[in-house]
Design a protein around this ligand. Structure first.
Ligand code: 13P
Length: 249
């Protein structure tokens, strides 16, 4: 049985004042029976981790450098994330693949770096609209999985987030059949590569325009173990609604 996960990605949003949402979320969230993760900008990570101490909220980074340390101005290492209180790190988000030209190889190297600091890697994959229209979605997903995941993935070390690029921040969501097709494909690919036990223990999250109003139907889809939420994770009321839908699923 995989434990469900509600993960929030704040992206490049939030200064100190935004941490009030975390206090509200903690105050309104009791024992939900699901994992709750928030990934703020690096500048807020340490304070968010302190606010979350003693509560069922985990924190994560949004990226890390593949190297342990050194002359990489502006970058953050996995050890630094761990030191700031993170237990997870999002890797290979489509915005990083686009804005920073991140390749599958680089994402795999970052995943190895995350594992060396005992961080759980939340590796993102997803097709563009043109790829969906061309009917190549499963090919794209297969290639990204093969290239972005190092050997040795297990449930504690890896979460896969399926985020169709065209659904991110657009209000467009794939049909439930489309989500099921990709999540079932990811599950069988993970089992084929990492074996039955590990492949079945890795959580697969859906991401892209998840809101309280569409969460329940998405969480009912086969092999959807939760969500990676962008915009709606910035407001405690919205993220709380998604968490409630997940714990009822
Ligand atoms: P939205 O929920 O804002 O569409 O963003 C999804 C996402 O990219 C999470 O990583």
């Amino acid at each position: 049985m995989r434990r469900k996960m509600a993960a929030g990605n704040w992206k490049m949003n939030g200064t100190s004042a935004q941490l009030a949402e975390v206090d509200t979320l903690i105050a309104q969230t009791g024992d939900t029976g699901v994992d709750i993760l928030l990934c703020p900008p690096a500048t807020l990570l340490s304070r968010m981790s302190m606010a979350a101490e003693g509560h069922a909220l985990q924190t994560g980074g949004q990226d890390c450098h593949p190297a342990e340390k050194g002359a990489h101005t502006g970058d953050v290492s996995a050890e630094m994330l761990r030191d700031a209180g993170a237990t997870h790190v999002i890797l290979g988000h489509s915005e990083r693949r686009t804005d920073h030209g991140e390749t599958d190889d680089l994402v795999a190297a970052k995943t190895v770096a995350a594992w060396s600091e005992n961080l759980t890697a939340v590796v993102c994959i997803g097709e563009s609209e043109a790829e969906r229209d061309a009917g190549t979605t499963l090919d794209v997903i297969g290639t990204q999985l093969a290239g972005s995941l190092p050997n040795g993935a297990t449930g504690p070390r890896l979460v896969v987030a399926y985020e169709p690029v065209w659904a991110i921040g657009t209000g467009k969501v794939p049909t439930l059949e489309q989500i099921a097709e990709v999540h079932d494909f990811i599950r069988s690919t993970l089992i084929a590569r990492f074996g039955e036990t590990a492949g079945n223990s890795i959580r697969i999250l859906y991401g892209g325009s998840v809101k309280p109003s569409n969460a329940a139907e998405i969480f009912a889809v086969s092999n959807v173990d939760g969500a990676l939420v962008g915009g709606a994770s910035l407001k405690a009321a919205d993220f709380g609604g998604i968490i409630t839908a997940l714990s009822a699923a």
